[in-house]
Design a binder for this molecule. Sequence first.
Ligand code: ADP
Ligand SMILES: N[C@@H](CCOP(=O)(O)O)C(=O)O
Length: 316
Amino acid sequence: MSVYTVVEQSDLVEFLQDYSVGELADFQGISAGIENTNYFVNTLQDGQTRQFVLTIFEHHSFAELPYFLNIMAFMAEHEIPTAHPIKTLSNGYLKELKAKPAALVERLKGGGVDHPNDIQCSVMGEYLARFHQAGQDFSDFRPNDRGLDWMVSTYQLIQQYLPSDEQAMIEAELAYQAQIDWAHLPSGVIHADLFCDNALFSGNQLSGIIDLYYACNAAFLYDLAVMVNDWCRINEGDVENIHFDATKVEQMVHAYRQQRPLSEEEEQAWPAALRLAALRFFLSRLKDKHMPREGEMTQIKDPNVFKQVLRIHRQA
Ligand SMILES: Nc1ncnc2c1ncn2[C@@H]1O[C@H](COP(=O)(O)OP(=O)(O)O)[C@@H](O)[C@H]1O
Ligand SMILES: N[C@@H](CCOP(=O)(O)O)C(=O)O
């Protein structure tokens, strides 16, 4: 349930006064998602229904949000299907609602993908490369706040809760990753969290890329690895049965390469990128499990999924 901050009709009518979007027709809380409060908002303007999503940011400060909203606008203006934020009458993207940062963005068509097919994996590979290429012209910079430093500090926080086998695997992987110089690989703006639940499809057509709230500057190869680890992973029952669909991996990476060829260094670093991406989400899910954020009902995702993914890549 991602309605942590309840919005009344009167709140929304007042909030919309600062936009040129017409009059509030109706609105509805969105149950999907885990980080922020989201509402579908419909207005009536010049006899036409307009559809938006209102997001109330539960964990971000006012200061850090312009980067994300500017990327959403930039990518939408560069043929990447992100949701364009709506400008207020004072020409900004960010407002305050119920004492929290809030933004109104266009509502994208399509639905989530639970079991992606080969074509959808290929489409995602192409569009991630397009995202990376377009981002080369984006002027703002944000360091990766889920990089190796964060991984080390997060491990130190949760180590006390972990069984010895997990401690040993994480320490070995951190030591391995510390030897790799990611900074020399092609880098730029990445999504950093492009899981299946952050893309919207209408059939085999990509209609939305959402949740850009981990976007940052980092190695492009890492972003592709994050996506492969989720979109090409086959979960059949027990975690031990997790494996990768080689055709989906090939389709995704081939489509990416067709749009943006990988350098020789990237080709060589690919196994390490898959491991780094698995470690990142293994650690964040372990932290959410052992140190859940206060005051909210979080959907705890299974860390063992990425424990198994990391194990598979380390044994490859
Ligand atoms: N711009 C949008 N257009 C259409 N649906 C959206 C849009 N943004 C979010 N959603 C819907 O809201 C859900 C939660 O959004 P998400 O950004 O994943 O939430 P959270 O920030 O909590 O992770 C998504 O799964 C999607 O169904
Ligand atoms: N897509 C991630 C959730 C986002 O990461 P987190 O750092 O907010 O936990 C996942 O499925 O683990």
